[in-house]
Design a protein around this ligand. Structure first.
Ligand code: ZN
Length: 219
């Protein structure tokens, strides 16, 4: 991404500045395991799910912090009973993360106009807010995201947001660098579907790399 900025930004871009990581991780109450006994609409499986997803997010966040990302934009809201119901219906929305990303980006871009600023997001819907708050964004802001072709039709609105966004520095499409981003010793790109995957053991050099879903389909 630094190389991308250096190549496309006027005046170049040689080093990384502040790195912010914005997410929201539930602060789990001590009596969480009692909830299924106390409430009709919460099962032990729900508690298990919330524990696992919170744990996974915690690990991911810690790795970002270890890699040098600042903790300022990490929220730890207390888990409440009603949230479990919304989580199950995928209706739980964490708005503070998106609004914080926009606020931080606009603040950096305005106070350091000579620097290049990148927003890494899977949700291009936050781009219009940047455009409104900082109309000069196209000079020194670029987006790292997935290419609109990778999105399902229900996310099409997102691709409009991206197409509407002007830039002098072209977007950085993450999937094109997937082979460099993915961790693991044996990273391959499938000859059939181009998906990038990793394996515990290397594929013999004579064989064609083929991902598991494609392999299942073909046998
Ligand atoms: Zn495949």
């Amino acid at each position: 991404m630094l190389k991308h900025a250096n190549k496309h930004a006027e005046g170049g871009c040689a080093e990384l500045g502040n790195l912010f990581f914005s997410t929201s991780i539930f602060d789990l109450p001590d009596d969480l395991d009692e909830w299924p006994n106390e409430r009709d609409n919460i099962s032990p499986a729900d508690i298990d799910n919330v524990r696992r997803s919170t744990g996974a997010r915690d690990v991911f966040t810690q790795r970002a912090i270890d890699a040098g990302f600042l903790e300022d934009a990490i929220f730890r809201p207390r888990l409440k009973g009603w949230m479990i119901e919304n989580l199950k219906g995928h209706k739980f929305q964490e708005k503070q993360v998106d609004t914080t990303v926009v606020a931080l980006l606009v603040k950096s871009a305005i106070t350091q106009p000579e620097n290049v600023h990148v927003i890494i997001t899977g949700d291009a819907d936050i781009l219009p807010a940047i455009r409104v708050a900082y109309p000069e964004y196209s000079n020194n802001v670029f987006v790292a995201t997935t290419h609109p072709d990778q999105l399902k039709s229900e996310s099409r609105q997102t691709s409009y947001a991206l197409a509407d966004f002007d830039y002098s520095i072209e977007p950085f499409f993450l999937e094109r660098k997937a082979e460099e981003i993915l961790e693991g010793c044996n990273v391959y790109s499938c000859v059939h579907c181009n998906k990038v995957f990793s394996r515990p053991a290397p594929i013999p050099t004579r064989a064609q790399p083929c991902c598991n879903p494609c392999h299942q389909k073909r046998t």
